[in-house]
Design a protein around this ligand. Structure first.
Ligand code: NAP
Length: 329
């Protein structure tokens, strides 16, 4: 990947961002802050979101539809849920400029490459990306310019990708403050299945289980949530559309990791049943070391609030996207 001195190559004159949620609106803000020479065209399929983008000054231009937004763009980034990629790709493909780079930010890469690769016209370079950065909030108000700073962005270019286009995308993300790594789409999906997708599934499941309990009341769950449950509720508040699409599109890798997870959970169950304190102690010691390594690598803070200060709720609250719709429609 190009070094930090290569932000020159990060200069795309005209950048189109489609989908103005957490990631799209963060990109618009980050580009304005760090690459002010680029002209940014933004678009979203919801009229209320486009109107809100105008009110809060996202991008230099707001396009009514995605096809219009990508005309003459040197870089097009799809910032929509993974399940919307194929239809959006088909809608914009005829309008892409020869020589342009087409990218995305989806949390699953194999399905995105499979959907987009056949649609990309000759002369357009497909370089999918996944910024491993986010919060549980969504909608145009939830984004912030520093979201990608010191976070990883994984590029998953197809094997025959143009190296210049790949280097330009790497330099682009570095200019926004991210660290860049290259992976194959399949490897990305396996890594993210265990680091992100299965943890989200566990959070959705434990919060769902607590909600369904009959012996413990809902008010007790909320009242005593500090005992670990609270951190799961934060993850389980993540956008339902985005996460439905992640599980539907990364099925094989998630099922593989869930199989291993279930085996390990059974082993833990056995340790508890047979009073194997040494086994439990040994595992908990190993897992504590992993957290220390994550903190040491700068990907988490050791602050006892688990870094919640870095994902402060947007002005319109946790359900920012719904709030935009309700206020505007
Ligand atoms: P988000 O806040 O829900 O925003 C997505 C926006 O795209 C919404 O306004 C959505 O509108 C709009 N949209 C959906 N389909 C569209 C279409 N065909 N044309 C134009 N606009 C469309 O989602 P996000 O959190 O920014 O996530 C966007 C992508 O980034 C996802 O692929 C996700 O996997 C990835 N990602 C997310 C995170 C995270 O932590 N959130 C982190 C890394 C990567 P509607 O709501 O009306 O559909």
């Amino acid at each position: 990947m190009p070094g930090p001195g290569m932000t020159e190559t990060a200069k795309f004159e005209r950048i189109a961002l489609i989908g103005l949620g957490l990631i799209g609106s963060s990109l618009a803000r980050a580009i304005k802050a760090r690459l002010p020479g680029s002209r940014v065209v933004v678009s979203d399929h919801a009229e209320a979101v486009r109107r809100r983008a105008g009110e809060i000054g996202l991008g230099d231009e707001i396009a009514e539809d995605a096809g219009q937004a990508v005309v003459d763009a040197d870089l097009v980034i799809l910032c929509v849920p993974v399940g919307a990629t194929a239809s959006l790709g088909a809608a914009i493909a005829p309008a892409l400029k020869p020589g342009a780079v087409l990218s995305d930010v989806g949390s699953v890469k194999g399905a995105v490459v499979a959907a987009l690769a056949p649609l990309v016209p000759d002369g357009v370079h497909l370089v999918p990306a996944h910024p491993v950065a986010g919060t549980e909030y969504s909608g145009p108000d939830s984004g912030f310019a520093t979201l990608f700073e010191n976070r990883w962005c994984i590029l998953t270019p197809p094997e025959a990708a143009d190296p210049v286009a790949v280097a330009k995308m790497g330099a682009f993300w570095q200019a926004l403050g991210a660290n860049v790594e290259l992976m194959s789409p399949a490897h990305h999906d396996l890594v993210l299945a265990i680091t992100s997708h299965v943890p989200h599934l566990i959070a959705y499941n434990i919060v769902g289980t607590a909600a369904d309990l009959e012996e413990v009341t809902a008010s007790e769950v909320i009242k005593f949530s500090a005992g670990g449950f609270r951190d799961f509720t934060r993850i389980a508040a993540s956008d339902p559309t985005m996460w439905r699409d992640v599980f539907l599109n990364n099925r094989d890798a998630v099922l593989e990791m869930l199989g291993r997870f279930n085996e390990d959970l059974s082993a833990l169950q056995r340790m508890i049943r047979w009073g194997d304190g040494d086994g439990l102690f040994e595992l908990f010691t190993r897992t504590r070391a992993i957290r220390r390594n994550i903190i040491a690598s700068g990907q988490e803070t050791s602050a006892p609030d688990f870094g919640r200060g870095t994902s402060a709720p947007p002005a319109s609250g946790a359900n920012a996207k719904a709030a935009v719709r309700e206020n505007k429609n």
